[in-house]
Design a protein around this ligand. Structure first.
Ligand SMILES: NC(=O)c1ccc[n+]([C@@H]2O[C@H](COP(=O)([O-])OP(=O)(O)OC[C@H]3O[C@@H](n4cnc5c(N)ncnc54)[C@H](O)[C@@H]3O)[C@@H](O)[C@H]2O)c1
Length: 446
């Protein structure tokens, strides 16, 4: 890779910041990574990666000579003119985005005619304009601003950085937008150059659309359960229409994570604050909340009251290949189950440390079989590969009951019933071992 690439600063070394930093270092830039979390920076200096993200540790190690870690923002300002901002923008109680970390960075900037903030954090439409005004009011009107929203997916973030579907750059037509475009040029991705507000909206609208697609297929799955259709067949038939496409048509027990819930809510609030009632997003959010709770109804259908029942939750992270627990369905499920009087055991291959901070009153098991031991029912909450390759005979052997609820349609139903399990999934009929009665709606013959 070229070694004469422009040095950059990255402020905030979380999922987005660290991946962005390692990615640009891989492309040849010196990257000055800044965070307020001293322990995190100390760890990164020792080569310790604070998050689980496939390929990230190797990429940081490979480019360690070009990656510089500090808590002093002055270091980034000294060496780089482009400062990528990747600090968190979590939801507030009102559902709006909390921009306090973003403004902490904005206000830490000195007056300058040769620096630019490049916003990777997901922010409401209008934030760029508000920051530009803030710069003007505080004698920093020479500071440039670029919106460059991030679309990476946790679990495949390194791949997504190196092979993006598109790069979106919103700017005011000055040097900074061109400099950001130049940095991304080696990735050869379709480039959308636009104004700042539109770039901000691309990000929010993309996440809201994907969340809508998930809630839509979840509702189709729920209707399939009532009518005897099989949502896997339905999604396959729908997905072959290239106006629809097969992605994000996998039903489950609700979306979580650090982005979809908060970005959908932020867009809904943004619309509301501007006087527009975004009706569709209300439904998307409500369907998602209800979907997380549907597992409880399925358990009760088979087990009756859950008081004293032992339930094993396999998977805690909001999706596989990450240790991110933000808004994970497991949080709702473990709390609801305990409120209903059940005894809960849990297991996750990677996210146990993070989960221990958020989930109380459950038994943390050492592996899937340990988790399922003596359970009346097992629920697949996160579709880790490890669970797909479970020996279901062994699993059935350690359980006290026979019920498995596959919240992600991850297992082979035939293998489950062959192992003697009653297999309940999402959007498909209940499958029971031979000799046990089928419980559920009859297939319609019309
Ligand atoms: N995680 C994702 O998959 C993803 C994808 C696309 C966009 N985003 C957006 O990117 C932004 C960052 O998300 P994340 O998941 O990487 O967050 P994160 O919480 O993992 O990381 C944020 C980091 O910023 C640091 N920080 C906070 N205030 C700071 C300050 N004033 N100066 C320096 N560092 C500071 C924190 O210590 C933390 O290390 C959010 O706006 C998010 O919506 C996230």
């Amino acid at each position: 890779m070229a070694t004469t690439r422009e040095p950059i600063g990255v402020i905030g070394t979380g999922y987005v910041g660290l991946v962005t930093a390692a990615g640009f270092a891989e492309l040849g830039s010196d990257v000055y990574c800044i965070d307020i979390d001293e322990a995190k920076i100390e760890g990164l200096r020792r080569g310790e990666i604070p998050i689980y993200e496939p390929g990230l540790e190797e990429l940081v190690a490979k480019n360690s000579g070009r990656m510089h870690f500090s808590t002093d923002i002055g270091e980034a300002l000294e060496h780089a003119r482009l400062l990528f901002v990747a600090v968190g923008t979590p939801p507030t109680y009102s559902g709006d985005a909390d921009l306090s970390a973003v403004y902490a960075v904005v206000d830490a900037m000195p007056p300058s005619d040769h620096h630019a903030l490049v916003m990777k954090s997901t922010v409401p439409v209008g934030t760029g304009e508000a920051i530009r005004r803030r710069f003007e009011e505080t004698g920093k009107s020479g500071f440039r601003y670029v919106s460059c929203p991030e679309f990476l997916k946790e679990g495949s973030a390194v791949q997504d950085f190196l092979h993006p579907d598109r790069v979106v750059i919103g700017d005011e037509g000055d040097w900074a937008g061109d400099a950001v475009a130049e940095l991304y040029a080696p990735l050869d991705a379709p480039l959308v150059r636009t104004d700042i507000a539109s770039a901000e909206m691309v990000k929010l609208a993309s996440n809201a659309f994907l969340a809508t697609k998930i809630s839509f297929i979840n509702e189709i799955a729920n209707v399939c359960e009532e009518t005897g259709a099989d949502v896997i067949e339905v999604a396959r038939g729908m997905g072959l229409d290239d106006r629809i496409g097969p992605k994000f048509l996998q039903p489950g027990i609700g979306f979580g994570g650090s982005c979809f819930p908060k970005d959908v809510s932020a867009l809904k609030q943004l619309a509301g604050n501007s006087g527009y009632h975004f009706q569709l997003l209300n439904a998307v959010i409500e369907v998602n909340e209800l979907q997380k709770r549907r597992v409880i109804g399925k358990l009760e259908k088979h087990l009756g009251e859950l008081v004293g029942k032992r339930i094993a939750l396999l998977g805690l992270a909001f999706k596989p290949n990450t240790n991110d627990m933000r808004e994970a369905s497991s949080l709702v499920l473990s709390a609801r189950l305990q409120a209903a009087g059940a005894t809960v055991s849990v297991y996750d291959p990677i996210a146990e440390d993070e989960a221990r901070e958020l989930i109380q009153g459950v038994r943390f098991a050492t592996d899937a079989l340990d988790c399922a031991r003596d359970a009346d029912a097992v629920v697949i909450v996160t579709e880790w590969d490890e669970f797909r390759s479970l020996d279901l005979g062994e699993l059935a052997g350690v359980m006290a009951g026979q019920l498995i609820i596959d919240g992600r349609n991850a297992l082979d139903p035939q293998a489950a019933v062959a192992a003697g399990l009653r297999y309940e999934s999402v959007g498909r009929r209940l499958m029971t071992p031979p000799g046990q009665p089928y419980v559920g709606p009859e297939r319609r013959t019309v």
